[in-house]
Write a protein of this length. Structure first.
Length: 248
């Protein structure tokens, strides 16, 4: 199978997951780039940030037109994550690929286990604890910069549990946070991983953006919990494979 076809298929899968689940799909981009498309771990995390930024910005537009984005809350949350995202991106560029792969596998496994749990309940909006909000935003920024993932699987629970947003608003607002953090990390990563293969990155990104629209329609056909559990099992398998590969 040609590299272009593999890039289109992998991008479509990532986009479908992002569109259907509102987060978590980007954690498939890095293993796809490494094991299917031959990227090094450093190049894969950089390319993933490009894919995540473009796809999240597109999805953000659709959620914003539906009124699901809390701009002020999202901006404050994202601002706390910018310095950690940039610092973590600079650190990741200096670490061996094996360590990055193992760390990514651990976070992907954590994401899968979270998805296997029941969805968070709808919360009433309540007063925000500034220190907790800043801490959650900083932690998300560090994960985004270090591993090249959007962190929607962490952002949505944080926006619901820490900031008290309703689920739909949390998903929309998380896309603002993810876009800002990914862009901040990307400014540090640019050039650090060497030249990227744009003949792979461009079609991967394009397929992800287009498939994200279909993912939203897919979520209306298949029940959310069933879709989430299926994706979690796939992600857990990918994490186990990556961890085994990193160890051996």
């Amino acid at each position: 199978m040609s590299t272009l076809v593999l890039a289109l298929i992998a991008g479509a899968v990532v986009g479908l997951a992002l569109g259907a689940l509102g987060g978590g799909g980007s954690v498939l981009a890095v293993p796809a780039l490494i094991y299917l498309l031959g990227f090094t771990p450093a190049a894969a995390t950089t390319a993933s940030l490009i894919i995540v930024t473009a796809t999240s910005a597109t999805a953000l537009y659709t959620h914003a037109t539906a009124g699901n984005v809390h701009w002020r809350t999202g901006a404050l949350f994202a601002a706390a994550g910018i310095p950690p995202a940039m610092a973590a991106a600079a650190l990741a560029a200096r670490l061996p690929g094996q360590l990055l792969t193992a760390a990514f596998a651990a976070v992907a496994g954590f994401a899968a286990l979270r998805m296997l749990k029941s969805p968070a309940p709808e919360n009433e909006v309540r007063p925000v604890h500034a220190v907790r909000a800043a801490g959650a935003g900083a932690g998300l920024g560090a994960v985004t910069g270090f591993l090249g993932v959007g962190g929607g699987f962490l952002a949505v629970p944080a926006l619901v549990g820490v900031l008290g947003l309703r689920m739909r608003a949390a998903i929309g607002t998380s896309l603002l946070v993810i876009t800002v953090n990914s862009l901040a990390a990307l400014t540090v990563r640019t050039g650090g991983a060497g030249p990227l293969d744009w003949a792979v990155v461009a079609p991967f990104t394009g397929a992800a953006i287009l498939a994200a629209w279909d993912g939203k329609r897919l979520s209306a056909v298949i029940k959310g919990p069933a879709l989430q559990r299926t994706f979690a099992v796939v992600l857990l398998s990918v994490a186990a494979f990556m961890l085994t590969d990193a160890i051996h």
